[in-house]
Design a protein around this ligand. Structure first.
Ligand SMILES: C[S@@+](CC[C@H](N)C(=O)[O-])C[C@H]1O[C@@H](n2cnc3c(N)ncnc32)[C@H](O)[C@@H]1O
Length: 181
């Protein structure tokens, strides 16, 4: 079992896999650290993710201390397997919007939701609207790719116009955070 206890250890593990297998399409280290810090600083115990891919962002959230439920429509081999972080990551195969409602309905403690799946306008909207009815005070929703996908940027702008207090963080792919008050 490979033990990963620090951001530096996780970055080194990810870099080695990227070089060995050519894995790509995952968040930057800075974006991973943002997820980890939200979870660690707020002592969030459960996170829900749309868009697992290889499990890189899920590893960052597990490193922060959360148990991560993560959905993907594809079933790719996960990089968390064989590491201690894998014990805190539960993969679900299928569309996020169809799976997330039931478990969220039972949450009483603040959760973090990370949306990094279907980057079409309708896709981001559908995945956010799947969690919206369940949001409680203290929950945090993080959107990825607000710079790299114009559809996502457009949806975030529209959320702001509707009055949602979404905050931008200037990262490589672009991050937007909604803290539910
Ligand atoms: C950019 S990748 C995610 C990268 C991952 N978050 C990371 O940083 O390691 C997007 C993933 O979302 C998945 N996806 C697309 N539509 C989805 C949906 N409706 N529900 C869940 N996952 C979806 C794709 O199959 C793809 O693996």
């Amino acid at each position: 079992m490979k033990e990963i206890r620090t951001p530096d250890e996780l970055i080194a593990y990810g870099r080695a896999l990227q070089v060995a297998h050519g894995f790509k399409g995952w968040i930057s280290d800075e974006e991973g650290e943002i997820l980890r810090r939200y979870i660690a600083d707020r002592k969030i115990t459960v996170a829900y993710e749309c868009g697992t891919r290889r499990g890189w962002s899920a590893c960052w959230m597990a490193l922060g201390g959360a148990f991560v439920h993560t959905w993907d429509i594809e079933d790719l081999e996960g990089i968390e397997r064989g590491t201690n972080l894998g014990e805190r990551i539960q993969r679900h195969i299928g569309p996020f919007d169809l799976g997330v409602g039931k478990p969220l309905n039972y949450e009483k403690e603040p959760v973090l939701i990370f949306i990094d799946g279907d980057h079409s306008y309708e896709g981001v909207q559908r995945d956010f609207e799947a969690v919206l009815p369940y949001l409680l005070q203290g929950d945090v929703v993080v959107f990825n790719d607000t710079k790299s996908w114009k559809n996502v940027a457009q949806y975030i702008d529209d959320l702001k116009k509707l009055g949602f207090p979404v905050k931008d963080i200037d990262t490589y792919y672009g991050t937007a955070v909604l803290e539910w008050a």
